[in-house]
Write a protein that binds this ligand. Sequence first.
Ligand code: MLT
Length: 243
Amino acid sequence: MIQSIDVFSSSISFSEQDVRDKTVVVIDVLRSCSTIQTALENGASGIIPLGDNDDAGRYTRYLDAASVLLCGEKEGKKVEGYRLGNSPLEFTEKTVGGKTILFKTTNGTRAITRSSGAKKILIGSFLNLSAIAEELRHEEDTEIVLVCSGWNSRLSIEDMLCAGAIIHKVFDFNMPEEASDGVKVAYGLFEKFGEDIPALVNECNHAKRLRHLNYADDVSYCSQVDLYATVPLMHEGVISIRK
Ligand code: MLT
């Protein structure tokens, strides 16, 4: 049974204590969590998320260069010297199959690494909405935290909408009892705009930024609901899909 649920609105809006020993779902619809899901579905053997202070070189030194790809973005663009950026459409079976991905993004991997004190870390997006909800419904005696990655210190509407969708599904379209303000906002947002997810995602600030960078196709791709039925899970610093 779920003991409690809360929602945080950006990758820096929560403390270690807020997530300690809880089940955390990190949400970054545009685009990190959608990219992680896609890479794993296309056969990547694992994703190692890097935090702000993590030096990618430290890892590449110990891992076989042929089987490790350093990927990620800054300001939405691929970082010079990285193999791939953060467009899910780049993470094809041919490119990432059998590879370990070292992944550094502005907000998504920051939210994941800042959640390291959690009991469990799951990766959520619209692409695996029902699978995430199903996993949470089976949690026993658990406190759940939905961490919306946002954009820098700001709220992103697409992540809040996804949090609201998860809450609706987990609680059978009822507002949870004693809901926090964050839960009420996410729930209300989905109640009002949930019927047309792609339309709201398409209008959000980050979708506009991505279109300027010629990533309009990423926005449409990441707006799809339930393209996959799996839940990426972090274990000992590596994200993979439980078989
Ligand atoms: C992030 O982690 O901030 C993003 O996923 C940004 C992006 O769209 O590349």
